[in-house]
Design a protein around this ligand. Sequence first.
Ligand SMILES: *[C@@H]1O[C@H](CO)[C@@H](O)[C@H](O)[C@H]1NC(C)=O
Ligand SMILES: *[C@@H]1O[C@H](CO)[C@@H](O)[C@H](O)[C@H]1NC(C)=O
Ligand SMILES: *[C@@H]1O[C@H](CO)[C@@H](O)[C@H](O)[C@H]1NC(C)=O
Ligand SMILES: *[C@@H]1O[C@H](CO)[C@@H](O)[C@H](O)[C@H]1NC(C)=O
Ligand SMILES: *[C@@H]1O[C@H](CO)[C@@H](O)[C@H](O)[C@H]1NC(C)=O
Ligand SMILES: *[C@@H]1O[C@H](CO)[C@@H](O)[C@H](O)[C@H]1NC(C)=O
Ligand SMILES: *[C@@H]1O[C@H](CO)[C@@H](O)[C@H](O)[C@H]1NC(C)=O
Ligand SMILES: *[C@@H]1O[C@H](CO)[C@@H](O)[C@H](O)[C@H]1NC(C)=O
Length: 843
Amino acid sequence: MIVPRFHQPQRLILSVLVLSGLCSKLLHIYQHRSLPLSLLALYFPTFFIQEILLFVTVWILLYTTTGRWSVAAVIGSAFIACTDLLATSSQVSFYSQTGSEIRWDAARSVGASRQGMNLILSGLAPMVATATVISVASWLAAQGIWNLMSRWLCSLAHLGDSKIYHQLPGPSDLRSLVSNKSRLWTMVASGVTIGLWLIRPAVPYNHMTGALPFTMLGEHSRARRIAIESFPLPELLNEEFREPASGHYKGWAPTMDDLGNTGYGNEKPFWAQGPLPAAFERWMVSPEAEGSGSASNETVSVSDKQDHENQNATAEPRHYFYNPSQDPMRISNLDLEPLAPLQEALKDHAIPINHIVFVFLESGRKDLFPLKNTSRLYSQIRDTYEIYSEEDEADLHDKLSQITPIAEMLTGEESGFGSSVDSSNTELGGLSFDGILSGSSLSAKSRLVNYCGLGPLPVDFMHENDIIPYQPCLMHILDLFNKRKSLAPSENATSEPLEREWEAIYAQSVTGEFQDQTRLIDLLGFNQSLYSEDIDMENSTYFHEGMEKINYFGYAETEARPYIKDMIDETLRQNKRLFLSHFTSTTHHPWGTPEGFTREEYFGELHKSQHEHMDGFLNANRFVDTWLGDLMKLLNDAGIADETLTVFVGDHGQAFGEDCPTTGTYHNPHISNFRVPLLFHHPLLPRMHLNVNGSAVSILPTILDLLVHTNSLNQDDAEIALDLMNEYEGQSLIRPYRTSHNGREAWNMGVINAGGSMLSVGSAAVPWRLNLPLNNDFEYRFTHLDKDPYELEPITGWTMSALAAEVHSRHGPEAFEWAQKAEKVGLWWVMERKKLWNYRDPA
Ligand SMILES: *[C@@H]1O[C@H](CO)[C@@H](O)[C@H](O)[C@H]1NC(C)=O
Ligand SMILES: *[C@@H]1O[C@H](CO)[C@@H](O)[C@H](O)[C@H]1NC(C)=O
Ligand SMILES: *[C@@H]1O[C@H](CO)[C@@H](O)[C@H](O)[C@H]1NC(C)=O
Ligand SMILES: *[C@@H]1O[C@H](CO)[C@@H](O)[C@H](O)[C@H]1NC(C)=O
Ligand SMILES: *[C@@H]1O[C@H](CO)[C@@H](O)[C@H](O)[C@H]1NC(C)=O
Ligand SMILES: *[C@@H]1O[C@H](CO)[C@@H](O)[C@H](O)[C@H]1NC(C)=O
Ligand SMILES: *[C@@H]1O[C@H](CO)[C@@H](O)[C@H](O)[C@H]1NC(C)=O
Ligand SMILES: *[C@@H]1O[C@H](CO)[C@@H](O)[C@H](O)[C@H]1NC(C)=O
């Protein structure tokens, strides 16, 4: 046992630098283990070029400097070494928590807020452990590494003969070791490495060469050069497929140029006069500004208002608009009759929708709304129990039946664990969907899809906070209804429900600061909002001792209860129609629950430690399920249960170790991050359980369709709604869904957290799904959901040609053709979203 002695700082610094650098790079290479092993081995030396150069530079600085320069060199290199140590520890910690790779640009952006910092710090324990291990190893290896580097480099540079050598703290016995052989070998090795580096394909290997700390400074996403300017499937736009406008339908006649998008809105519908909410831009801004007084004045006032809050929202007037008749991907189903059970129910009784409650379930997975005995999740739980009598099974089922009884009741979908719910009145209750995918696995982008029926910006993080959405959101539409009523007040304004004004309220018990959510919520047109910041001041109405945060974002939903109750009561007292949107919070990582809540263990003894996260998540889901019961009771107590449409939708799913190697939504294309529950609940709607392989982009048109179809709008509003539902990309879910039409497919695009790296491309017409990388750091990935519904065996490839070849051999020529088509359509969609959001890639 060698007892380490105190090192000269130079040696320790070099050692920390070398070990951190190598550790980080080896982890990085390990995360690319899906690459062909032979190629990884062949190009192995080229991955270390930057590290070697860095180590050599630092060694030279430490070795050759004297006096004051030496102090400077020590301080400078110590700074680099510490940075590397911290960065490597974060990398390892992040990998151990999520199974994926940290990206420094993303970490910087998340870490900019306090809650984001807490999120990062939640991985503190593994980080400290890693840092400790590397530090100790560095201490032990310091002398060895120093000797090795010095021996090698002295022999290269003949420093062994030089004068400096004698003056410096280098080991004195080195000279004898210096050999000319090392020069030869160094030259050969450098030659080979450089040769390999030159012949190596750029994707994905270039990305693997980056070394700490350089990767932390200048990590720019190496955007794939997207060469798709016009729609890639022109054969689908043939004249024969064109559809004329008729009634509220705008027709369908896309052209290959942009003209139809730039002039859209010039032909104003009857309702587009007078003041319009900001998101109705395309009916306000006239390119030539032909002096139509009210419109141009209104434009100015909108930008003034926005400028006040934020310079960028309307910095440049938009000139490219969404035009439904120009959208080559659009399929409408509004010409089809609404589903028969709905028609019959409406013949039978009225279904008044005077209020809307819109609930976003944080990390809401369809297989937990409700949990069923037919799900894969259930089999996974079941498989962790070894000895199994019928009695044990009954106990387990009893326990599992307590997780999502409210979801079971609301959806009318039976769990199969024995009835823990009153299943009387099963004919009524609403429409529950299987097969719906979220529009993005980043909550805030998903929110935009849900509220506004559009495609989010496929760019990292929330640029959308600064841009008026390219489609009016629900709240803007309700605001338009209000504005028109206040212009021409009806004498029956308060007595007739349909003449009342809407009040748009947003409520969550977690912070509004994270990623500037408050700004987005204001931009989307909410009039009142509630965040944890409003709950945790000592002068808050319901502040009490012992309020306890359940995660780094804030409180359990139950803390918001009295506030929500007050807001409902006040809205009703003012004779207004309630639009309440609530975002749940407990089901967010790390799945904490309040003190008084009894946590259960759902998984059995086998491999217990592998299921801790999922167990926590199940507990959080049980907590939220109970809370949803409370929320429904609030509506009941307020006396509006029978006239309220409650929409439940997951903001995104949540992948765990049980689903795939990577946990969470970040840079993780797995389908578990996208399968979300979608339920339109109303006590008087017929009970329907439908399978539609669509996406959340359909929610807004469906709500409008439901409002009109149940006669829940006055005549003027209904005309507007009929007009507007023809302006959106999604189909209505209360009518038969068209999976394809004249050769065009009903595509489902999903923007993957953090936004700009990958796009999930699927279609209701086929069982396939493509993960499309948007820069060179990620792989293509293809799955067949009929054969492999849980995506256990994805095909991956770094280039489309490599992927397509494998798809061809495993799934045949049709899948092969589709994968290539999906890539082009996906890239076009990305380009088009950027145009619609008026977003230009930074040069
Ligand atoms: C290394 O090469 C130098 C000349 O380049 C020579 O003087 C020296 O003797 C050589 N050393 C050994 C160990 O071969
Ligand atoms: C619109 O602007 C013009 C001049 O910019 C002004 O004369 C007019 O009064 C404004 N109209 C309204 C309704 O504010
Ligand atoms: C506006 O955009 C610029 C860059 O495009 C950015 O630097 C600035 O912070 C933005 N301003 C606001 C208020 O977001
Ligand atoms: C699920 O439960 C239902 C009702 O108890 C039962 O009929 C069915 O066989 C169960 N399915 C499985 C896969 O256990
Ligand atoms: C107001 O209500 C009365 C009776 O409820 C009805 O006769 C009248 O037409 C209503 N007026 C309007 C403008 O709707
Ligand atoms: C509600 O918010 C919208 C959008 O910000 C605004 O236009 C409207 O005047 C507000 N309504 C009320 C009653 O405050
Ligand atoms: C509560 O206190 C904060 C400062 O502590 C103050 O900014 C806020 O206006 C107060 N709110 C009310 C409702 O009094
Ligand atoms: C939805 O997709 C799944 C998986 O491909 C398929 O099994 C199912 O039949 C599809 N449903 C409809 C209604 O097309």
